[in-house]
Design a protein around this ligand. Structure first.
Ligand code: ACO
Length: 430
């Protein structure tokens, strides 16, 4: 924080002095909280492109430099040296765990992996064609019905956090099993977090299944890369819903729904659909890029561009390498990877993409990896939700523990009709 100020001169010549806030990485903001009270003016910022909704100590992101850090640790270090459970602990608690803290956290996650048996009836009620994001969000909302103490703001936050982190993986795997008509596979306490999820996804009761270590490692890395991304659309939604005092399950479920959109977490599914359609039409990446540039067919290059990154997304860099490693180790030759690399090469040399600073984002390569792991396309966004869970929880927790939190309630500039007389229906003209 600082003693610096900024001055705003309004059309009537009135000057308003506003405090300047500086973050630990030297980011500057004009604090406009007193602006309306002092001047009657509000700020207008569609899409919140210039609006800081909060201060936060969780994630630092520099889109110009392509830097991403969770609680001060670089994403590159965490993806290489850590695992998803440890990173979840870090995001939620602000520090890396000691051996004892890690042990306790893992044990809690293991103990809370089952879902209430009655919730199994819900899975039976959905048609097999249901999108698993619909099932996941509804199930997470339903958890507040099974744990009604969550409606009390003073209830045990740590317990709800553990339940969410642990059960969401069981729900996701059950939604998949239901969609393919296979029996549900219960969690297995001897397995670690990611291996347990993969076991629930791919095991069947009729034969033994051992989780391939390469898949467990890849999943850990994928989930770490998705674990937080500061004030994105879904995280802001979690904070907004949570600011009303709604319970944590409701707030997280709303984040899942915000993530579903193709401009956000749904982009990983959209990337594969785009690559498939390019392949179907002969694999001409150049023609597709030309169509995108000339806005023919209304297509964007999915998996490219980002509201904040105006440089190569550091997560995409890690994923591109992972894609090569995992596909090679699994002996998979996926033509989608060649098309994706071809698209990237063309786009990165093209003036349209260079001038608009459009680079591959986290979703450009993640779908190819998920395919190689045997995860079906409509589960991709669910995988993103699994990864983002600790980030959403960390932001929800930070918000409820911040004494300055107020209910989220933006203002607007009204552009509709001015007052007019009400006419009886028989006197109205078309
Ligand atoms: N392909 C082609 N052109 C693009 C793309 C793209 N992927 N992204 C942006 N542009 C163009 C727009 O057409 C626009 O051009 P114009 O100025 O000529 O109209 C310009 O770049 C700016 O685009 P905006 O939509 O205004 O940028 P914004 O910051 O609002 O959007 C977004 C960011 C939504 C991510 C956008 O880049 C996009 O739609 N990308 C494809 C979807 C995607 O990959 N989403 C995942 C994002 S990462 C995540 O959420 C995990």
């Amino acid at each position: 924080m600082t003693t610096k100020t900024a001055k705003l001169t309004l059309p009537d010549g009135k000057e308003v002095t506003l405090p300047v806030v500086v973050g630990t990485e030297n980011e500057h903001a004009v604090d406009i909280r007193a602006l309306r009270g002092e001047s009657g003016y509000i700020t207008l910022d569609s899409g919140y492109m210039n609006t800081g909704a909060t201060t936060s100590a969780i994630t630092y992101l520099d889109g110009e430099q392509g830097i991403l850090r969770y609680r001060g640790y670089s994403i590159e270090d965490l993806a290489e040296k850590s695992d998803f459970v440890e990173v979840s602990y870090l995001l939620i608690n602000g520090k890396l765990p000691t051996v004892e803290e890690r042990q306790k956290f893992s044990t809690q996650l293991t103990r809370h992996s089952l879902i209430h048996e009655d919730m199994h009836h819900f899975f039976a009620g959905y048609p097999p064609t249901s999108h698993p994001m619909a099932v996941l969000s509804a199930m997470v909302t339903s958890m507040s019905a099974y744990y009604p103490d969550s409606l009390d703001r003073n209830s045990a936050i740590d317990l709800h956090i553990t339940r969410l982190l642990s059960k969401v993986r069981t729900i996701a795997a059950f939604a998949y099993k239901k969609s393919i008509g296979q029996p549900l596979i219960y969690p297995k306490n001897s397995l670690k977090y990611c291996a347990n999820f993969l076991h629930m996804m791919f095991a069947v009761p009729s034969e033994d299944y051992t989780v391939p270590p390469i898949l467990e490692k890849a999943l850990n890395q994928l989930l770490i890369l998705h674990a937080d991304h500061e004030q994105n659309c879904s995280t802001s939604t979690v904070r907004m819903v949570g600011s009303s005092g709604a319970n944590v399950y409701a707030a997280i479920a709303s984040g899942i729904l915000a993530l579903w959109g193709p401009l956000h977490g749904g982009a990983n599914q959209a990337v594969i659909e785009m690559l498939e359609s390019i392949k179907k039409e002969g694999g001409d990446a150049k023609r597709f890029v030309d169509d995108v540039k000339n806005k023919r067919g209304g297509n964007r290059l999915m998996g490219f561009g980002h509201r904040v990154y105006k440089n190569y997304d550091p997560r995409a860099k890690i994923l591109k390498k992972m894609c090569d490693d995992v596909l090679q180790q699994l002996g998979i030759n996926d033509p989608m990877l060649d098309i994706a690399k071809g698209l990237e090469e063309i786009a990165l040399k093209d003036d349209y993409f260079i001038s608009k600073k459009l680079y591959p984002n986290v979703d450009f390569y993640s779908g190819i990896l998920y395919r190689a792991m045997g995860i079906p396309t409509d589960m991709f966004t669910v995988m993103f939700a699994l990864g983002r869970m600790p980030g959403w929880i960390a932001h929800w927790k930070e918000m409820v523990e911040d004494k300055d939190t107020k209910i989220g309630r933006p203002r607007q500039i009204y552009t509709g009709p001015t007052p007019r007389a009400y006419a009886p229906i028989t006197e109205r003209t078309a």
